[in-house]
Design a protein around this ligand. Structure first.
Ligand SMILES: [Zn+2]
Length: 98
């Protein structure tokens, strides 16, 4: 079975990110929730797995300015707070949407 990939990624004015997957599923994720879940080494301690980012410090009106694909497995989001280090695998995005 092949893994679903995003066919379309949409940035909405309400700061949600919409992803239309190749298997027909559509997910809508909040930019702020994605920022808080950022998996990069700056936001998560690589050794302990402990989250370093304090969600309280992420602005309520945080948005995603743009995005790009990384290889064939992930998306990178450019957040309005200037952070763009996180690589969000398709799997993690599907898991986050539940
Ligand atoms: Zn990060």
């Amino acid at each position: 079975m092949s893994h679903p990939v995003p066919e379309r990624v949409m940035l909405f004015p309400n700061r949600e990110v919409g992803i239309a997957w190749s298997d027909g599923r559509e997910d809508y994720l909040s930019s702020r929730a994605l920022r808080i879940a950022c998996p990069c080494a700056e936001c998560v301690d690589e050794i302990t797995g402990e989250r370093r980012l304090d969600p309280e410090r992420v602005p309520e009106d945080l948005r995603i300015d743009r995005w790009e694909t990384v290889g064939r497995y992930a998306l990178r989001f450019h957040f309005s707070d200037g952070h763009d280090a996180g690589i969000f695998t398709f799997e993690s995005l599907r898991a986050q949407a539940g």
